[in-house]
Design a protein around this ligand. Structure first.
Ligand code: NAD
Length: 479
């Protein structure tokens, strides 16, 4: 914080264990009220200092340097994130870490190219007025992040916040402290003024998370995580009427019509159900398959699920990582038990894979597929956040739209069909922030991203991020 590493005043620390084998990775200083107070003071001071006087072009150039420095230290970022999450190295190298760097360049460009409105307004005396808006930074932004794609999701918020001239205080997930800390080194190395990027490690309730979101010196909070945590954060900021941007949970449906490109739909389902061991907010936990291809689809997905290979993330042939923690594994396995109790037909999985040596102690679970559950089953209704899905048949378009929408969540959906008219029709009727047609996890980052219903508040991405990270100040000049 404030450009330097500091220990927690209370001396409190928490353990971070490796998901692959439960070995102790390290002890992390737990920030409390003192550290949050100090971080807020540092961030406010930074806004008053050289950072607050920089031009958009200067900030933008600095963010390019941040991206380049992440790329220069690519190996360190890959190693840190791999140790924290246990996910395959190839995913870190080809997706998560490059996107972390790219986020800074994207928002450095966006912020330079946004116009604001201006009107020549008539007045009774005929001279008129010029009425225009300027964008100003919102101030000090609290950034609370989850563990499932730590650098990518954190920089998705930090980059636009800094591009707009704010200062940030990041509270990374207690499960993934690594890359947020490394990013502090990057900020110092490229000359981001001290106090602009602060990290306070800690837990949620009665710890750094809660103290940050309830602090009166924080101007806005951007959060990615579980829906019920979002509710707690909203309550914590209610007295200050604080602006929030929330990216929350999902229970996303995949709609597979009989006329689809079958092989492509299976490839996509394998990714959207099992990528990152199912720990993807946009992942698919409910699949609805049109009846004529239902049996064939279930059989094909079973083969692909059973071919996934758990193991050491460094190995090239590893295609499945562990869950993030023993605690999360216990939660996912409790749903595996609930599925049994609720009368599911187990297609594959349902338990724990056998791994050799030290890996046997890691938080692994089997990729799991069920059929035969009622729509009221908890496994069909609640977000599990594991490598699992329920597959149900459907008979017509209206029915599958009703099934897909019968949830309190509204994050994303995937639609597989060759009928273009149907694709447009269905996409417009599913109550989600993003509907994919014949694809998944593909998006131009300049477009709006967010959730409907209880999957979020607000939109981030491109100019939409600027709406949250800036305020429009209206200036009216009588001519
Ligand atoms: P989580 O809500 O448990 O924790 C997220 C963060 O909030 C952590 O840093 C945690 O310490 C902090 N936190 C917890 N309680 C808090 C409190 N009372 N006050 C302040 N901070 C608090 O979520 P998670 O388990 O880390 O992540 C998984 C969840 O995130 C899933 O529900 C997933 O769908 C969601 N997610 C959503 C998106 C999206 O874009 N919509 C992206 C990724 C993950």
């Amino acid at each position: 914080m404030d450009g330097a590493f500091v220990g927690s005043a209370s001396g409190r620390r928490f353990e971070k264990r490796r998901p692959i084998d439960n070995a102790l990775l390290g002890h992390v200083h737990e920030g409390g009220r003192d550290e949050i107070d100090a971080a807020v003071a540092a961030a406010r001071a930074a806004m008053e200092g050289p950072w607050g006087r920089m031009t958009v072009e200067e900030r933008s150039a600095l963010l390019y340097k941040v991206a380049d420095e992440i790329t220069r230290r690519f190996g360190d970022f890959v190693a840190a994130e791999m140790a924290d999450t246990g996910q395959p190295k190839s995913m870190m190298e080809h997706a998560f870490i490059p996107r972390g760097a790219a986020n800074f360049k994207i928002f450095a460009d966006v912020v330079k190219n946004v116009a604001t409105e201006a009107f020549q307004t008539p007045t009774p005396d005929g001279a008129g007025a010029l009425n225009y808006a300027i964008r100003v930074p919102k101030g000090v932004i609290g950034v609370i992040c989850p563990w499932n794609a730590p650098l990518l999701l954190m920089t998705w918020k930090v980059a636009p916040a800094l591009a707009c001239g704010n200062a940030v205080i990041v509270k990374p997930s207690e499960e993934t402290p690594g890359t947020a800390t490394l990013l502090g080194e990057v900020m110092n190395a490229v000359g981001v003024p001290k106090g602009v990027y602060n990290v306070v490690h800690g837990l949620g309730p009665n710890s750094a998370g809660e103290f940050l979101t309830s602090h009166p010196g924080v101007d806005a909070v951007t959060f990615t995580g579980e829906t019920r945590t979002g509710a707690a954060i909203m309550k914590a900021g209610a007295d200050q009427i604080r602006d929030v941007s929330f990216e929350l949970g999902g229970k996303n449906a995949g709609l597979i019509f009989a006329d689809c490109d079958f092989d492509a739909a299976i490839d996509s389902a394998v990714r959207s159900v099992f990528l990152n061991c199912g720990q993807v907010c946009l992942g698919t936990e409910r699949l609805y398959v049109e009846r004529p291809i239902f049996d064939k689809f279930v059989a094909a997905l079973k083969v692909r699920a059973e071919a996934l290979k758990p193991g050491n993330p460094e190995h090239k042939d590893t295609t499945l990582g562990p869950l993030i923690s023993q605690e999360h594994r216990a939660k996912v396995l409790s749903y595996y038990e609930k599925a049994k109790a609720e009368g599911a037909t187990l297609v594959t999985g349902g338990g724990v894979p056998q791994l050799d040596g030290a890996l046997a102690a890691g938080s692994w679970v089997q990729p799991t597929i069920w059929t035969g559950l009622a729509e009221s089953a908890s496994v069909v209704r609640e977000e599990i956040f594991g490598p699992c899905c329920h597959i149900a048949p459907f008979d017509d378009e209206a029915e599958v739209i009703r099934l897909a929408n019968d949830t309190r969540y509204g994050l994303s959906t995937t639609i597989w069909t060759r009928d273009l008219a149907r694709a447009h029709r269905v996409a417009s009727k599913i109550e989600v922030g993003i509907a994919w047609v014949n694809s998944w996890f593909l998006r131009d980052l300049r477009t709006a991203f967010g959730g409907s219903k209880q999957s979020g508040i607000g939109r981030e991405g491109g100019v939409h991020s600027l709406e949250f990270y800036t305020e429009l100040r209206n200036v009216c000049i009588k001519l």
